[in-house]
Design a protein around this ligand. Structure first.
Ligand SMILES: [Zn+2]
Length: 469
């Protein structure tokens, strides 16, 4: 089955073919965080879905060139630095660093580029694009000193969001400060400086001011990835107006279709409700880590729901993630232990569980159907345990371990704690033998010996599970 994605633009499943004539390079743009605060788990749901997309494309042999922007100037960052009484760059630096720490904790692969909106080269490109739009009649300078995009001059405006433009026409309910605009839907490309902005301003042909949010992404995507992208991602709340505006700005400047495939992930809810500080159900990653959950557990909970479906996040969901990961850990430990005697030997090419590994990747080919893929993973886990139970063969264990490494290259769920020392493994093996011989006294003696060395051994249906105390 070919790789297919549900394209927001067409609302249909489409076979994926990149623009690159060799069919290998994928140009991927993903809207990044506004660095005025710690990112919350709703943000990370989108970034983890994009990570799955990137890793699956790589597993299928594509070379992914990914850009994620950092919005480091907008109303919120300016308000934040004013309240903190520090310069904008000092204010955003702290949250940029925190963002990268969070990406690492969640095992999200770094993009190739993280352009920043305040980079002088990007500001210059934004100004150049706005000037071009103005010369073409697609933008105009309003009485308030700001420059707006004239949506009436772009016939495809509203196509991505499937909007009826009549709804955007002015009505009697427009706020007074919207009167400078010709049309209610016209959006700001350049915002004139006002005193709230303090010393945050750049010189432009329209006087001092700053870029609008939408033009940032158009300029940075074009600067790094070129006029045309294969895939552009974000959350559903980015579709309108942000992505609609990106299309309008870029296509008016380049005259070419901007993006082939638009992929948007659905909302994250917490305990069935919209996440909000006032409801007390608002979580950053740091909040969850301080409750004793690991980044790996949060990754599992955010990763394993199909991206087009709303995700209902709960703490009991994190507990379920912990149990699921324990099952995976038990098998991986078993594979490491039972394949150890043939370390370095080439694994046999297949086991009876191998079709389930192919099934895992085929599910992901189908618009990243991760719940189907996880079903294959747990079937593979059961089948592998059964195989090792019936035929204790180190070659099977080594083959399955190689399969796990392929799966984990996409999932990034392996436990990274220190490997179990050989001394402990030997005691565990002896204990397994004692249990098989129903010699319970010897089994208990070995459990205590293992405990004295700082490890605990727990029996599960997947076999003995060893972990540091
Ligand atoms: Zn964006």
């Amino acid at each position: 089955m070919p790789l297919r994605f549900l394209n927001t633009l067409s609302r249909s499943l489409e076979t994926f073919t990149p623009l690159d004539s060799a069919g290998r390079t994928v140009r991927l743009y993903t809207c990044g965080p506004t660095v005025y605060n710690f990112a919350h788990i709703g943000n990370f749901r989108a970034y983890i879905f994009e990570d799955l997309l990137q890793r699956h494309l790589e597993a299928r042999g594509f070379d992914v060139q990914r850009v994620m922007n950092l919005t480091d100037v907008d109303d919120k960052t300016i308000r934040g630095c004013r309240e903190a009484g520090i310069p904008l760059t000092a204010f955003t630096a702290r949250f940029k660093q925190a963002f990268f720490e969070d990406l690492d904790a969640l095992r999200i692969k770094r993009a190739n580029h993280f352009p920043e909106a305040t980079d002088p080269a990007h500001i210059a490109r934004m100004i150049a694009m706005i000037s071009q739009l103005e010369q073409q009649g697609q933008a105009y300078l309003a009485d308030d000193g700001s420059v707006y995009f004239r949506i009436a001059r772009f016939k495809n405006y509203g196509r991505l969001a499937h909007l009826n433009l009549d709804e955007l026409r002015p009505s009697g309910r427009i706020k007074s400060d919207e009167f400078e605009k010709e049309s209610l839907g016209d959006f700001a490309l350049w915002k004139a400086w006002d005193e709230q902005d303090g010393d945050v301003a750049w010189e432009s042909p329209w006087g001092r001011g700053r870029p609008g949010w939408h033009i940032e992404c158009s300029a940075m995507a074009g600067a790094i990835l070129g006029d045309q992208l294969d895939i552009h991602c974000g959350g559903v709340d980015n579709i309108f107006p942000h992505h609609e505006a990106e299309i309008a700005q870029t296509e008016c400047c380049t005259g070419k279709p901007f993006v082939q495939y638009w992929l948007h992930c659905a909302h994250l809810m917490v305990d069935g409700q919209k996440m909000s500080k006032s409801l007390g159900n608002f979580y950053t990653l740091r909040d969850l880590l301080s409750k004793g959950y690991s980044g790996r557990e949060v990754r599992y909970a955010l990763l394993t729901v199909n991206y087009r479906l709303p995700l209902n996040f709960t703490l009991s969901g994190l507990d379920a993630a912990r149990s699921a990961l324990a099952r995976i850990d038990a098998l991986v430990e078993r594979l490491e232990r039972e394949s150890a005697v043939v370390e370095g030997a080439a694994p046999r090419s297949t086991t009876t569980a191998t079709p389930l590994v192919e099934g895992f990747f085929e599910c992901l080919d189908d618009d990243l159907n991760i719940s189907g893929a996880m079903g294959c993973l747990f079937d593979w886990l059961r089948e592998t345990n059964r195989l090792l139970d019936t035929e204790r063969n180190p070659i099977h264990a080594a083959t399955a371990l190689a399969e796990w490494r392929r799966l984990n290259a996409v999932l990034q769920l392996q436990n990274e704690r220190a490997s179990v020392p050989t001394e402990i493994l030997t005691l565990v093996e002896q204990r397994n033998a004692a249990r098989a011989a129903k010699n319970w006294a010897e089994s208990d003696r070995l459990r205590d010996a293992i405990a004295q060395l700082g490890w605990t051994v727990k029996d599960s249906k997947e076999g003995a599970l060893v972990s540091p105390k």
